[in-house]
Design a protein around this ligand. Structure first.
Ligand SMILES: *Cc1c(COP(=O)(O)O)cnc(C)c1O
Length: 394
């Protein structure tokens, strides 16, 4: 059993050791620990709907009416009547014929990818895709060809070069989870049509975030039915838990029959489905929430740039501040926490070596004054650590 001690010690030596942190949520943008309040800039609660009165009420009413656990898998006893309502509402929102809900975004990805592609098929996967896509590719046993991040010339070259007598699937994050940039899905769809490939987009960070009314990446580019599988989560902007795939009726029927993560896992609780429905209703009926999120993201990006932080051009609420070494990222996040701000240090293996970063996520529920205060703290601490020269970008 020495490998356990050895590997944990190794992780600690390289500042890659991980443990869980417990927080009490106070509201959508603040948490409490030991009586102290912190500003949360690390959650994916993009629209602040976890604490929306209507969403909470929907979950409470579902518990009172139907109890807690679902008691079974979807195909046996676990499909509560709230499920088909949510699935139809998700399909309507995404402009597809149908949708199917999985127990997590992770499970939607591994279940859908391994059902759509198999031995003899080829999956073309962006190098920065989320771990759940990577695991779905592995599980599928298809050949996986990784293309350079959003590099369409490279993707085209690989599509042309790779022999395949089976199916081809191109899969990307719509909004990349650690970089916050948007995949060039319009160009991907054109290449897919030229090379007869299927397209899947992961809208975990795009649902409720980009596109008209937060309808996601395909809507952002006006691609309608040209994307076969639009995956999303209920766990981020939709303030609940679970994942979904939206697509044609036929694709959804196929996934229900073939996705092992759908078939062999107990369904979500009625309260979770009720919360997700209520959150989706908020997104649809209050498009100003999505506009407020975009506005907060724009303001935060401007303030960080003005403070001399190293961030890329972009528009989404995921804002990586590049730091470089894992140790520095951890030190920066630790000092920020001591100053009442929670921002994640993102390190390998989540991101490539040498690209450790702080990953800020902005919510529609943040007040502009709080964002400004956080930027001042980041800038002061970064200067203390010698990361920003004179408060200006060099
Ligand atoms: C969070 C995330 C997932 C997984 O979704 P969960 O609902 O948390 O399981 C999948 N893909 C991306 C890009 C994500 O960021």
């Amino acid at each position: 059993m020495d490998f356990i001690d050895d590997q944990l010690a190794e992780a600690k030596r390289h500042e890659l050791y991980r443990n869980t942190h417990t927080y009490y949520p106070g509201d959508a943008t603040h948490v409490r620990i030991d009586g102290k309040q912190y500003l949360m800039l690390a959650a994916n609660n993009y629209l602040g709907l976890t604490h929306c009165p209507a969403v909470r009420q929907a979950a409470i009413e579902a518990i009172e009416a139907y109890g807690t656990g679902s008691g079974g898998a979807r195909l046996t006893t676990g499909t509560h009547p709230l499920y088909p309502l949510l699935e139809q509402e998700l399909a309507d929102f995404k402009g597809t014929e149908a949708a199917v809900v999985f127990n997590a975004g992770y499970m939607a990805n591994i279940g859908a990818i391994s059902a759509i592609a198999g031995t003899g098929d080829v999956i073309f996967s962006d190098e920065l895709n989320h771990a759940s896509i990577i695991d779905g590719c592995r599980l599928s046993r298809a050949q996986t060809v990784v293309f350079r991040h959003s590099d369409m010339a490279h993707l085209a070259q690989l599509l042309a070069q790779t022999n395949c007598n089976g199916r081809r699937l191109i899969v990307v994050d719509g909004v990349f989870s650690m970089d916050g940039d948007i995949a060039p899905l319009d160009a991907i769809v054109e290449l897919a049509e030229r090379y007869n490939a299927m397209v899947m987009v992961d809208d975990a960070h795009a649902t409720g975030v980009i596109g008209p009314g937060g309808r996601g990446t395909a809507a952002h580019f006006g691609l309608k039915d040209r994307v076969l599988l639009q995956m999303g989560t209920l766990s981020k902007a939709l303030a609940a838990e679970g994942g979904y795939i939206a697509g044609s009726r036929k694709v959804v029927e196929y996934l229900i029959n073939k996705s092992r993560s759908f078939i062999f896992s107990t369904a979500l609780s009625p309260a979770t489905i009720a919360a997700a429905r209520a959150a989706l209703h908020e997104v649809v009926s209050r498009p100003e929430l999505v506009a407020r999120l975009s506005n907060n993201a724009r303001i935060m990006r401007q303030m960080l740039l003005a403070a001399g932080c190293s961030i890329d051009q972009g528009s989404t609420p995921i804002i990586p501040v590049m730091v470089g070494s894992a140790g520095t990222a951890v030190a920066l996040a630790g000092k920020l926490k001591n100053n009442g701000v929670i921002i994640s240090a993102i390190r390998p293996p989540t991101v490539p070596d040498g690209t450790s970063r702080l990953r800020l996520t902005v919510s529609a529920a943040h007040e502009e004054s709080e964002l400004a205060q956080a930027v001042r703290k980041i800038s002061t601490i970064a200067e203390e650590l010698g990361l920003v020269a004179g408060g200006k970008r060099s």
